[in-house]
Design a protein around this ligand. Sequence first.
Ligand code: OAD
Length: 252
Amino acid sequence: MNKELRAQLESTTQHFKPSTKITILTGAGMSAESGIPTFRGKGGLWEKYDPEECATAEAMRERPWRVWEMHDELRQVLARHKPNPGHFAIAQLEELFENLVVITQNVDNYHQDAGSTRVLEMHGNAWRVRCTAEDRSWMDKTVPYPKLPPKCQCGADLRPDVVFFNEQLDRDVLNSAFGETVKADVFLVIGTSYVVVPAAYLPLMAKENGAVLININTEPTDIAAFADISILGRAGEILPKLVKMLKGKFGI
Ligand code: OAD
């Protein structure tokens, strides 16, 4: 580990006590090392699919097969990959700090697959489906679907239980995310480009409510301007190092 990174991680650990309230916001960069392309990076899903055509409520009504074509491909990609050491490190943090919640913009379920139990999914879950007629949702890991669009037992189309581009976020999830943000002593932002609202409001909201803001990203982002500590690097490499240092600090 280079000197600068060690110093940054050491000053990060100073803010952690077992009773510290920790809120973690993750974006697509969190899963980049799992092999999932980020939204705005090279090879991202939106290079291949037009969001207007494949990820809106109108598209779901008018061209459900097209929406599902993209979504089924996403599910196939997710099924071929798995959580990376960064996801596992966050799950370990939950064992060290009882007051820790993850807010994720990712729909891949990798935090839960790695063992995190307190996860707020701002943009839904790619493995959950919802009946368009009955407003019921459930996890369905069928991949790929033999026929698109998949149907509910009632005969109506199923839709992915993710938030489409022109849709509102789930109010309860959003309220919980705001609540976890304002209560945070330490707010960690990991692998998000800080351009999609309302998730992008959360770091500033945390800071305004007294949290120490720590940012981990491979690129400089606008969050760096007001973060207390900005660590340039890969989540899957930095987070296991942070956990190791914290365990050393707590004698575990
Ligand atoms: P983006 O693709 O916009 O940004 C990914 C961020 O991760 C960038 O800032 C990268 O520099 C950073 N990054 C890449 N690899 C990394 C790594 N290994 N470690 C740490 N950081 C890394 O993805 P999001 O910010 O998540 O919304 O995008 C937010 C939302 O935009 C998504 O949830 C999605 C999309 O529209 C919906 O699907 C509703």
